[in-house]
Design a protein around this ligand. Structure first.
Ligand SMILES: N[C@@H](CCC(=O)N[C@@H](CS)C(=O)NCC(=O)O)C(=O)O
Length: 205
């Protein structure tokens, strides 16, 4: 059976869990990272020398890096649906998966500042700079979504998964957000999916 190591509140673990739920895969999840430790044990280090989550083991095959895991599981179980068979559509979904890294860099300061830092230790300027940069960056996917319901066309693909997990954090943070109507409609579509509700749209921690 597929095994997934990682705590449920890790945005990178959520990408893998969401995909596994969408694909209806049977899996065992093992808590690891932050308060759960595990990542610093010799056994884990042998699987993932980065000491980070997520890591998966699938019939003896060990893989880390959330996007590589998402691509591997989608290609194995979701070819033609979540993993587009058409080369250009797949490149489109890959592009949006990887664009998430541009957004993640700015979101990190806001999320960590407001959720994982005690009020007296917060850097208000770094939080506000991050918030402003995120708002600016999100105009790019908002525009792209003006004539398509999902990033790689008419249905959900892996191109929606990483950004969906990061935008969930953005939407649930207690901050001011400019209107991004297309992005909001896309996020509402994600929220209507039972898999997203179950493993991604959980309280921030
Ligand atoms: N590029 C890696 C980054 C993994 C990463 O930074 N994971 C974080 C959680 S989101 C982590 O393991 N943090 C340390 C911990 O939880 O102990 C990936 O996408 O899988």
């Amino acid at each position: 059976m597929l095994r997934i190591w990682g705590r449920i509140n890790s945005v990178n673990v959520k990408k893998v869990l969401w995909l596994a739920e969408e694909l209806g895969l049977k899996y065992e999840r093992i808590d690891a990272g932050r308060e759960f430790g595990v990542v610093d044990t010799p056994e884990y280090k042998r699987m993932n020398p980065n000491l980070l989550v997520p890591t998966i083991e699938d019939d003896g095959f060990v893989l880390w890096e959330s996007h590589a895991i998402v691509r591997y599981l989608a290609a194995k179980h979701g070819a033609g649906t979540l993993w587009p068979a058409d080369l250009k559509q797949r490149a489109d979904s890959d592009r949006w998966m990887d664009w998430t890294f541009s957004f993640q860099a700015s979101l990190r300061a806001v999320f960590w500042g407001l959720v994982r830092t005690p009020p007296d230790k917060r850097d208000a300027k770094a939080i506000e700079d991050g918030r402003r940069k995120c708002a600016e960056l999100l105009a790019i996917p908002d525009h792209y979504l003006s004539n398509r319901p999902y990033f790689a066309g008419n249905s959900l693909t892996i191109g929606d998964i990483p950004l969906g997990c990061h935008v969930q954090l953005w939407m649930r943070l207690p901050i001011e957000r400019p209107a991004h109507p297309n992005l909001q409609r896309w996020f509402d579509r994600l929220c209507a999916r039972p898999a997203f509700k179950k493993v991604v749209d959980i309280p921030l921690s």
